[in-house]
Design a protein. Structure first.
Lengths: 258, 209, 209
């Protein structure tokens, strides 16, 4: 970064200072460059890109001196402009390929001119007569007696957001279990109601697990929990008795004689 | 107010007043009284006269200037009421289940009901798909050549027309939605963003290519 | 349908068709296409001719018949906006970023998010395009046939209606901008020229010519 560069006049220094203070007001490095180019007080097509690069680099230096943190975009642009400056000032190395400094400068000038053109176009667009402000649609569209026809409306945005919601649901609901691996208490209850008639002797609760749910540990856990809950429910109804000889010992169950 | 001040604010010509009344009555949601019209017209206008002119102008036209109590409104000519039946439409928003089902069909078509349920993680009621078919947004496609030969669902031309799409392929994928800021859902920290997005996209591609 | 059946449903005279179109357009807040008008009119009517007659009739009046894309609507004359303070809708003030993004989409359409970012020199922030879609000013266009097949954006009929434009060709200054190369999608020097941008340009041309 050039130490020897100094803004030409006090006015420019003040302008640069004002810009630094206002750095949040810029919409990115291109916007900042466009603003800086106006201080050259020439038509955009005549702007000196070399001078503009120097102005920008001085701006970044000034921001550093004032300890204002610049977003990465601005620093990337500064590095690029420093490169451009060297390309413009130094004769190209023999055998060096890639675009010349002039080509790069011309493209930057085009980008600035295009951005400026779009700004002006946006201003002209917004200056047009607008619906609901300068001209108006029919105020009363309910002109005859109601004959209800229900139509459903949805916008493409609704559609996309719905899809995104579905596709990212797993990200947000980690407890949303896959259906296939859950054995519900209702299922267990139904199965046990059919089996307890035969449970005259004390027997391990685990033998009530359905065949298909015994091997896979995930499935076994789900089925065990459901079967245990179902056993409690049956005990509450007075249909079975439960016992356990100690902590973590098998839970046993038998039919209650009525 | 002195005479000389008033002359500075001379009323516009009657023909201009008539234009003004026409625009005001057209844009108003409710009938307007002469008194209200006079407060909205420039100083010195005579709403009664302008209304009378406008009323005459609309005689025999498709709309008329009618008096409602002591107010005025522009209304359809009574003999053309039969053309208006389509105007009374009640707009309802689609339920969350319906819009999600529709989105899945649009992104994954042709898709079976079981596949929709797998993607949504909940079952899809018969009525939801029936409604989408009735709206002419979804139709029954070919049967899938898998056991049970389940029917598939696809979206219709009516769907494309309603959503202003040329093809369902134009719908952005989840990754694009996120990148263009159309999606507020960010992946939770710690989850590899790349892998998940990549998957989402390739899935969409599979279905369309 | 056989000839004898058709003759039973002879179209009403053109003057009557004009009245009918007048009634239908007056009753609708949204623009209606010729196709929609034709489905609402009795068999054998020609909406295009009736619209042309009606348009002429309302020249210089307080309301006008305007064209919006391929549709038609009745709107109050813009010079009378000052009378409508009551009807004026409080517009949410758009951010500078949103306004510029809207203008870029309108003038460069169909345009990808990357192209918008290249023109503005900053990334499109979360929610900007979302907002423009919600306002019904921007919609998703065809995917660009370049690597990655990016989504494109275009403006809607609602946009044209809002800004009183018949077609995107009527955007202020669009011709001059095009002639001075400001709507070109020029690749930065040293980047693979031709392929992507050539296509981008030809597509834009399609849209405007």
């Amino acid at each position: 970064m050039p130490d020897d560069f100094a803004p030409d006049s006090l006015d420019e220094r003040i302008a640069a200072e004002a810009l630094v203070v206002d750095v949040n007001g810029f919409e990115g490095p291109l916007d900042l460059l466009l603003t800086l180019s106006r201080t050259q007080k020439v038509d955009l097509r005549q702007v000196s890109i070399l001078k503009l690069a120097e102005q920008y680099l001085a701006f970044v230096e000034e921001a550093k001196r004032l300890r204002i943190e610049l977003a990465a975009d601005y620093l990337v642009m500064a590095a690029w402009l420093a490169f451009l400056k060297s390309r413009l000032l130094l004769p190209p190395e023999p055998g060096e390929d890639g675009p010349s400094g002039e080509e790069l400068a011309a493209h930057l000038a085009f980008q600035l001119e295009r951005l400026e053109a779009m700004r002006r176009a946006a201003a002209r667009l917004m200056a047009r007569d607008q619906l609901g402000r300068d001209f108006f649609a029919r105020g009363d569209t309910q002109m005859v007696e109601r004959k209800k026809v229900v139509t459903y409306t949805a916008t493409v945005l609704d559609l996309m957001q719905a899809y995104a919601r579905v596709k990212t649901r797993d990200d947000f609901e980690p407890l949303h279990l896959k259906r296939g691996a859950v054995y519900t208490m209702e299922q267990a209850l139904e199965r046990m109601r059919g089996l307890i008639g035969h449970a005259m002797e004390w027997g391990d609760l685990r033998q009530f697990l359905p065949e298909a749910w015994r091997l896979d540990p995930k499935k076994r856990r789900s089925a065990t929990a459901a079967t245990f809950a179902a056993a409690l429910e049956l005990a509450k109804e007075g249909k079975v008795e439960l016992r356990q000889s100690g902590m973590f010992e098998p839970i046993q169950l038998r039919r209650r004689e009525i | 107010m002195g005479d000389d001040v008033q002359s500075l604010f001379e009323a516009p010509p009657l023909a201009e007043q008539e234009r003004m009344v026409e625009a005001i009555l057209f844009a108003s949601a409710a009938p307007l009284s002469l008194a209200t019209l006079n407060t909205r017209l420039p100083h010195g206008c005579d709403a009664a006269e302008a209304v009378a002119l406008l009323k005459k102008r609309y005689i025999g036209r498709g709309v008329q200037l009618v008096r409602v109590d002591d107010a005025y409104a522009i209304r359809t000519a009574p003999d053309l009421g039969f053309l208006m039946t389509k105007e009374q439409i009640e707009h309802r928003k689609l339920s969350r289940a319906a819009i999600e089902t529709l989105a899945i069909i649009a992104y994954h078509q042709p898709v079976t009901r079981t596949e929709i349920e797998e993607i949504r993680g909940v079952s899809v009621s018969r009525g939801t798909i029936d409604l989408l078919i009735e709206l002419d947004w979804v139709k029954i496609g070919r049967r899938r050549m898998t056991p049970g030969r389940p029917v598939t669902f696809t979206v219709t031309q009516g769907f494309l027309d309603h959503f202003g799409l040329e093809t369902p392929r134009d719908l952005p994928g989840v990754k694009e939605l996120r990148e263009s800021g159309m999606l507020d859902n960010r992946p939770p920290p710690g989850k590899g963003e790349g892998e998940e997005d990549g998957e989402g996209e390739s899935e969409t591609d599979d279905f369309f290519d």
